[in-house]
Ligand binder design. Structure first.
Ligand SMILES: [Zn+2]
Length: 121
């Protein structure tokens, strides 16, 4: 796991990650459900799609749309174990620890808080 300020500084320098923004539907969903609920969904997605040593369809398990957390995952490189290894120094090939699961949800939450209110990055 890396320092979050460093990770976010690096993400901000990456054109592909910067292009990932919340659509109107995602922002509405966030407002209606609230960040706490949405982050519970995030914890659930992490548990079901990322936490195993060998997640099913790893590299393609995170949809491109349909939930604000999916967008946040692509924006923060928490979409698959390859990105977690490359960007967050969380090695692939073994289950995520509880701390790592919490860390991933924290990354997603930090990005969502920053992007929930305005459409700008
Ligand atoms: Zn990925």
């Amino acid at each position: 796991m890396r320092d979050l300020d460093e990770v976010f500084a690096a993400l901000d320098r990456n054109a592909f990650r910067r292009r990932q923004v919340l659509g109107a539907k995602d922002r509405r969903y966030l407002q209606q459900r609230g960040l706490d609920t949405v982050l519970q969904h995030a914890a659930d997605f992490v548990a079901r799609r990322l936490a195993d040593a060998q997640p099913v369809n790893d590299g393609r398990q995170t949809p491109w749309r349909g939930h604000p957390v999916f967008t946040a995952q692509h924006a923060t490189a928490t979409c698959c174990r390859g990105c977690l290894a490359q960007w967050h120094a969380i090695e692939a090939g073994r289950p995520l620890t509880d701390d790592e699961r919490r860390y991933v949800v924290e990354v997603i939450g930090r990005w969502l808080r920053r992007h929930a209110v305005s459409a700008e990055r």
